[in-house]
Design a binder for this molecule. Sequence first.
Ligand code: HEM
Length: 270
Amino acid sequence: MESTILISKTENSKFLKISVNIWFTVVVFGQFLFALYILGLYGVSGIAGDFERWNEASAHGYVEKDILGNIVFGIHIALAAIITIGGPLQLIKKVRSRFPKFHRINGRIYIGTAFLISIAGLYLTWIRDAVGGLPGGIFITINGVLIIVCAFYTAKFAIERNLKVHRKWAICLFLAMSGVWFFRVFLMLWLTIHQAPVGFDMNTFQGPALNMLYTFSYILPVILATFYFKAKQSQSGKPRLIISIFILILTCCIAVGTFSATMGMWLPRL
Ligand code: HEM
């Protein structure tokens, strides 16, 4: 009896590991496509001096005579490309163990970028006016604050060499930093399911469906991470099994949303 429980516990641990690896692979691939879009649209047009193209996806990307705002937007976008490529590398175990120096340098860049991108994002939200009005502004601000808090504790525990806790905060930071990517992916999943902008107004970009998607993208991933940490340490195999199945279902949703975002949002703008 005891040995059966032990086997199922180990099997559930393996299942959890496999689920997380599949999830991570899909997320990394999806974020790589997002990074290609950022570089392809904003990078290429920025280098060519064709700043008008910044407004293809963003209502206030390039605003004539707003030099400071345009610089902040440009910095925000450049940092977005850096973190979207550099972030996942920090969480790959083989990269950490084989290239510890790279992990430390990239980690410093990642944490510094987390602070800067959030501050630039807050400027764009509150000084420059962003798409989504007040609700959109409040939700993205929560995401920005969450990023800053997670970045602070990730750095703090790394400096104190408390690597176990550092890793947990680093995972939360990655999830918070992925919030804007999750939002685009879940929005496209929502539109694919409904084949119409159900639950929100396309013109104002406001509505209950968007508030739900903001919560799901900006806040819930960090909360879910705490359930994952608990399940991983649990004596019983059941929480691990439940969270593994949940992660696999979520991965299917993310894969569909990423495909829709790539085909419907990112590729057409390149
Ligand atoms: C941390 C990861 C982040 C990434 C990768 C990222 C990426 C981007 C990208 C690519 C755009 C251009 C729009 C598009 O082409 O889709 C954008 C715009 C913007 N971002 Fe971020 N961002 C991040 C975080 C934040 C945060 C934390 C905030 C706010 C606190 C923020 C606020 C904004 C605003 C206000 C815009 C302009 C939207 C508009 O035109 O109304 N971003 N971001």
